[in-house]
Design a protein around this ligand. Sequence first.
Ligand SMILES: [Zn+2]
Length: 499
Amino acid sequence: GRYRQIYRLSTPLHSEVSRLRFTLTTVKLGNFQDRHAAAETCDTVRAFTGYLTLFDASCTVLMWLLLLQGKSVSLTNFFRIARNTMIMCFNKEPGAAEVEQEYWRIVEQRHCHVAVHYGKVDTNTHGSGFPVGKSEPFSKHGWNLTVLPNNSGSILRHLGAVPGVTIPWLNIGMVFSTSCWSRDQNRLPYIDYLHTGADCIWYSIPAEEKVKLDKVVHTLLQANGTPGLEMLEKNIMISPEVLCREGIKVHRTVQQSGQFVVCFPGTFVSKVCCGYSVSETVHFATPQWMNLGYEAAKDLKCRHIAKPFSMEKLLYQIATAESKRENGHILTTISALLKDLRNIEMRQRQELYEAGLLSSARYGTHDNSLLPGDGRKKPRKWLALESSERRCQTCQHLCYLSMVVQENENVVFCLECALRYVENHKSCRGLKMMYRYDEEQINSLVKQVCGKALGKTTEKWNGASPIKPPPKRGPRKRETVEVSLSRLSSSHLSPAAVT
Ligand SMILES: [Zn+2]
């Protein structure tokens, strides 16, 4: 309360960011009877980005909303468009309930056709709505969303700055602007602050309803085998009334200017704006999220969906930082995940070795204090390759611990996809294993984390076969190929240290 009052008096957001420009996304809401009719109306729009599907309350008629990637506008112009749209739709400034009623009336009766816009702006390039100057009041306040992800209770502080995750983004909306049903792909919780403007209506479905929701959506959308929850990843809006009738728990809340909304891990959320508004959103995570996030990352990898950050990197950075701090609670939470990751990694390295991939090289940072045990060794010439930037070309996985590169092409595989590639091609020709940490280092970190975890979970190896270390100056030396560094990165790199 007090924060809100003082903050809003001291920061006239609109004037601060009124010079910003952003790209519009347009939602066409109205009388399209099918996907093809809808598509025809936007033949001339080249930047057509996808469909937004809307179902009316009786579930008999499908409504397609169009998402159009539009031109760039200034916030001032957007404000003008928003005001005109409002005047067109309402005689006087409507309340949230009135907007909500009209929204679903347009959808269900299909007598009129409205196009509305919204924008999403990365605050890294355009600036946050929160005070950030050192001398400004509240620039270090815990509820300032540029500060919150680095709160000591948020494990995402180990991730560093990632746009759309730990760097907040602005959501700029107008009356009827819609965020369709969605949950964060990493199941991360997030917090949204409505800086200024009209109310926002939030509908939410708790994470524990997911099995029921999956079935209901699958039936409603006649998904023919596609899981209902996967359908929900495709910009789909279903009336909360329909979902309620099908027995799904749907909650509704109205967010007013100056209020925060917190979305819990795995929650399904949709949102309708009641007028011109600017809000800001950012992710955070408590240690309890780790298990959920780890499973979500595995699922995304299986489905070949690109993730915004590497779960392996996050785990390793938490493990390294928190074991120095002897933070027993967090170490307990991550020890099982770290072991699982180690077991998978070592098994895949072993399988690749047995399949004939003998050529390997190490890469990573020059920070020898990163992992325990490094201090005792002579410093190595590590290949300064930031692997977290490298994606597997097959499954889009962000490779952190290791990857397999192909010498002739600028091609990167994760170990799992490399195994499949080797099986299909019956050859390891031109392939090279690149790894950040050797087996000893990986085991050493697992041991350290398990040793400091509460209750000291015993560290034991679950693998079926003993693991050979990566080959040291492989027996078939001719196959140890120097990777052309220019193919891996355009930045200056030191020569690869082949072990
Ligand atoms: Zn892959």
